[in-house]
Write a protein that binds this ligand. Structure first.
Ligand SMILES: NC(=O)c1ccc[n+]([C@@H]2O[C@H](COP(=O)([O-])OP(=O)(O)OC[C@H]3O[C@@H](n4cnc5c(N)ncnc54)[C@H](O)[C@@H]3O)[C@@H](O)[C@H]2O)c1
Length: 463
């Protein structure tokens, strides 16, 4: 039986696994999704989505209509599959060291069901070497089969960007690596069958696209790789490193613009105008923007995995360490701005009502993992502030039911997340009708001049 005729198992049905499982079902594969969470599985089997994301909801509806997708918590449900896609979390522990437990748990589930010719793909983000040092030995030991000889092991890091209206699981270009050349060919063929794009080789990209990238811009470079294409890497470690490093590059750059924001504050410059000015240069730049902090399960975590692997191999990457420290320190910096403004108005932090807007780690998503909100709240609570919290996407931390209630009676607003519905309302809100005298815009999303025109002190991050 050909691999592409086989049933697919997706292990972990979160932000990554669910859209992937639904996409495979949409493309005609029979898919079984396995998750530890009973409530998640029960919802999915009713065709309801536990993730608030229109694109994922649509994909799930199509998958359910195709009758190709079922979810289960029963590990036996993944028997008789030919392709196993691992999409479990890869967090860090309290010491910021990689926590491999969910990944190892997924391997333990898959191994007893593995047969000759099967394909196992790790989509979770891991440090370079994880597939060969952790996943392969565990699968081999528990299945009595040999990786590369009896079954294929590949890594195809997920790049999905929740809340992104354009880039989704079906069109984001992918890279794939495997422990053997046959494995990478099989995995690339599988991904081409769900993404519908071309299969490329990383060395061809260098030859055909890089000169154009040098001449033009990063944006054009991205566009020149066809939508939904799959690029074969020359080792599984290269594929692992692509993901860990692309997110680390982002983290370090955000840390650097956070530094530029602090310089701009000291020199009384508007860092957002300056970044927008720099962005007019059509090559060799970001742009990246500063803010209240970096969150999410990727940018705030993946650099720690890369750092841990590098440290273990004998090289301590100081720049990554510094970037993490800088980005982790941004909630404190934001509070220091708030304190300055309240001071100017003659209010102590202690006992003053402060409206904190946003819990999610970024705009228009319902994901609060690693959000700077938690650190900011902790600092303000320790200082005795009277906090009201509102987020229109993540409601778990809300102390009130609405934006109006949150702002009501508050002397200051701190914006942590710029969800479009909330910023839209804020832009149309006349602050003179409220008690608000201070706004700290942790996402630089409001027009400071309009706010200052309403006799409210306004500061962004670096502006
Ligand atoms: N969220 C993103 O934007 C994003 C983007 C790209 C890559 N990634 C990476 O993808 C991976 C998954 O992230 P996510 O955001 O989808 O996580 P998530 O927490 O949203 O989903 C993971 C799911 O896996 C389940 N699970 C955990 N252990 C399991 C096990 N042993 N067996 C079966 N199910 C298990 C959990 O119950 C959960 O529903 C991570 O490595 C992450 O770094 C995430």
């Amino acid at each position: 039986m050909k691999l592409l005729d086989r049933k697919i198992a997706v292990i972990g049905l979160g932000y990554v696994g669910l859209p992937l499982a639904a996409l495979c079902a949409k493309k005609g594969y029979e898919v079984v999704g396995l998750d530890l969470s009973e409530p998640v599985v029960a919802l999915l089997n009713q065709g309801k989505c536990h993730i608030k994301d229109e694109a994922v909801e649509q994909l799930l509806a199509t998958a359910v209509a195709s009758a190709n997708f079922t979810a289960t918590t029963n590990a036996e449900g993944v028997a008789d599959c030919g392709v196993y896609l691992i999409c479990v979390p890869t967090p860090v522990d309290a010491n910021n060291d990689p926590d491999l437990a969910p990944l190892e748990g997924a391997c333990r589930v898959i191994a007893p069901h593995l047969n000759k010719g099967d394909l196992v793909v790790v989509e979770s983000t891991v440090f370079p070497g994880t597939c060969e040092q952790v996943v392969a030995p565990l699968l081999e030991e528990l299945s009595n089969l040999d990786v590369g000889k009896d079954f294929h092991l590949a890594h195809c890091p997920e790049r999905v960007n929740p809340g992104d209206p354009f880039w989704g699981s079906e069109n984001i270009p992918r890279v794939v690596g495997a422990t053997s050349s046959e494995g990478v060919a099989v995995a690339a063929e599988f991904y081409a069958s769900i993404l519908g794009g071309d299969i490329l080789d990383v060395r061809d990209i260098k030859l055909s696209l890089r000169p154009k990238f040098r001449e033009t811009s990063e944006g054009l470079h991205i566009a020149q790789v066809p939508l939904g294409s799959v690029t074969k890497m020359h080792s599984i470690r290269d594929a692992e490193a692509v993901k860990a490093m692309e997110n680390t590059v982002r983290d370090v750059n955000i840390a650097f613009v956070n530094e530029l924001a602090k310089i701009s504050d000291a020199l009384e410059l508007d860092v957002v105008d300056i970044i927008d000015g720099m962005a007019t240069k059509p090559f060799g730049k970001g742009p990246f923007y500063p803010g209240v902090g970096v969150g999410g399960h990727c940018i705030a975590v993946d650099p720690e995995w890369l750092k841990a692997a590098s440290k273990k191999a004998g090289y301590m990457p100081e720049m990554i360490q510094l970037a993490r420290m800088t980005n982790n320190g941004m909630p404190e910096y934001t509070v220091s701005i708030l304190q300055d403004l309240l001071n100017e108005k003659g209010y102590p932090v202690k006992g003053t009502k402060i409206a904190v807007l946003g819990v999610a780690y970024k705009r228009n998503v319902d994901d609060p993992r690693e959000s700077p909100f938690y650190k900011l709240r902790e600092i303000l609570q320790k200082k005795g502030a009277e906090l009201s919290v509102f987020d229109s996407w993540v409601t778990s931390e809300n102390t009130v039911q609405s934006l109006d209630q949150c702002i009501g009676g508050a002397k200051a607003i701190v914006i942590v997340t710029e969800h479009s519905d909330v910023t839209e309302k804020l832009r149309n809100f006349d602050l003179r009708d409220s008690d608000v005298e201070v706004i700290v815009d942790g996402r630089n999303c409001l027009d400071g001049n309009v706010i200052k025109g309403q006799d409210v002190l306004y500061r962004g991050i670096g502006r």
